[in-house]
Design a protein around this ligand. Structure first.
Ligand SMILES: *Cc1c(COP(=O)(O)O)cnc(C)c1O
Length: 379
């Protein structure tokens, strides 16, 4: 069976008791124990829920892992993964990771003695030099967001293996349709399912997938103990979104490619950040580890005034911090998604007032381009 067929045939396409062609929503907290002595699969929904389990097994299959875990949000998934570590452990994290991840790594987990170094993971020498005797993991996103910098996943896996450290990849922007880090040797894949997996701006959820049974056991313990689980209704919404993942991702990508190519021709645009452009640094490396470029791009205008004008005048996209939904979204990362980063850290990365991020939705690309042309002042 080819990969995309598994979106629709994955063991959860049909309810075995009724034949229903949609996973039932088990909106329940507690399960009756049919026998006082016999163990049952389900007893309480924090520990396990059939709708959530359907999502967890489906995602494990799609990422090429053995176990999936669904959480109440992407941040709940990330924080639960970080609970794998203990006081005195050290983590190497990509310097341009998601703002919320940066926030828990700088302001929450250090309270419990977790040490973090932020490095440019696209520079393997810097990664190599950041290992300490107590380094337990490398945490990264590729492409990073908003600047779409590409990290060599296979090379980082090799470095981490040599230091007996885990590789954790936030795969939110790519989805398993375009990139499957576990197949390249990573140990843990994380998703904000809020974005492309669910895809319709109607749910906040997170997913973790691993392939090692020992790691799965630890994460299962944390999921139940820490308790940041996805609810049944939210799990169902993600399952529903996954059925159309292939067609949505293909269209998001086609739209982003058209918009990025057009932006690259504009004199008001200094630089376009989209791995699908053959001229983009990292294009080749990206396509050696992924099969597509997804639907997210950023672009730097020649002045902050023009950036503000585009942000104010673009009429088709909604101004919103999220990404990966059916409707186009535009944002200014410095003030929105990456506001949690210190200004100095942002400046070092090049996230400034001239940079806009565009999550290309499923609208006709010609309309998106016409709207941007108008916002730039052609109208
Ligand atoms: C949105 C996002 C998160 C956080 O997910 P939530 O569902 O908002 O908690 C983490 N990583 C990336 C790359 C994201 O885009």
């Amino acid at each position: 069976m080819r990969w995309a067929t598994k979106l629709l045939h994955n063991g959860h396409e049909m309810d075995l008791t009724t034949g229903a062609l949609s996973v039932p929503i088990y909106q329940v907290s507690s399960f009756h124990q049919f026998s006082p002595s016999r163990e049952q699969e389900y007893d309480y929904s924090r520990s396990g829920n059939p709708t959530r389990k359907a999502l967890e097994e489906t995602m494990a299959g799609l990422e090429g892992g053995s176990h999936g875990f669904a959480f109440a949000s992407g941040m709940a998934a990330i924080s639960s993964v970080l609970c794998l570590f203990s006081q005195g452990d050290h983590i190497i994290a990509g310097e341009d990771i998601y703002g919320g991840t940066y926030r828990v790594l700088t302001r929450l987990f250090p309270r419990f003695g977790l040490e973090v170094s932020f490095v440019d993971t696209t520079d393997l020498e810097k990664v190599s030099g950041a290992f300490r005797p107590n380094t337990r993991a490398v945490y990264l996103e590729t492409p990073s967001n908003p600047l779409m910098r590409i990290t060599d996943l296979r090379a980082v896996v090799e470095l981490a293996r040599a230091h007996e450290a885990l590789v954790i990849v936030d795969n939110t922007v790519m989805t398993p349709y375009f990139q499957r880090p576990l197949e390249l040797g990573a140990d843990i894949v994380i998703h904000s399912a809020t974005k492309y997996l669910a895809g319709h701006s109607d749910v906040v959820a997170g997913v973790v997938v691993v392939r090692d049974n020992g790691l799965a056991k630890e994460l299962g313990f944390i999921q139940n103990a820490f308790g940041a689980v996805a609810g049944p209704w939210d799990s169902w919404l993600v399952l529903r979104g996954l059925k159309t993942l292939k067609v949505r991702m293909e269209q998001h990508q086609a739209g982003a490619m058209a918009v990025a190519s057009w932006l690259a021709t504009r004199p008001e645009v200094e630089e376009v950040y989209y791995p699908g452009l053959p001229s983009f640094p990292g294009h080749q490396l990206h396509f050696s580890q992924a099969s597509g470029a997804s639907g997210l791009l950023s672009f730097r205008l020649v002045t902050a005034e023009i950036a503000e004008r585009v942000l104010a005048r673009a009429a088709l996209p909604f101004r919103a911090v999220s990404l990966g939904s059916v409707e186009s979204l535009i944002s200014i990362p410095a003030r929105m998604s990456h506001a949690a980063m210190s200004e100095e850290h942002r400046r070092r990365l090049g996230i400034d007032g001239r940079l806009l991020r565009y999550s290309v939705g499923l609208e006709d690309p010609e309309d998106i381009i016409a709207d941007l042309a108008n916002a730039l002042g052609d109208g």
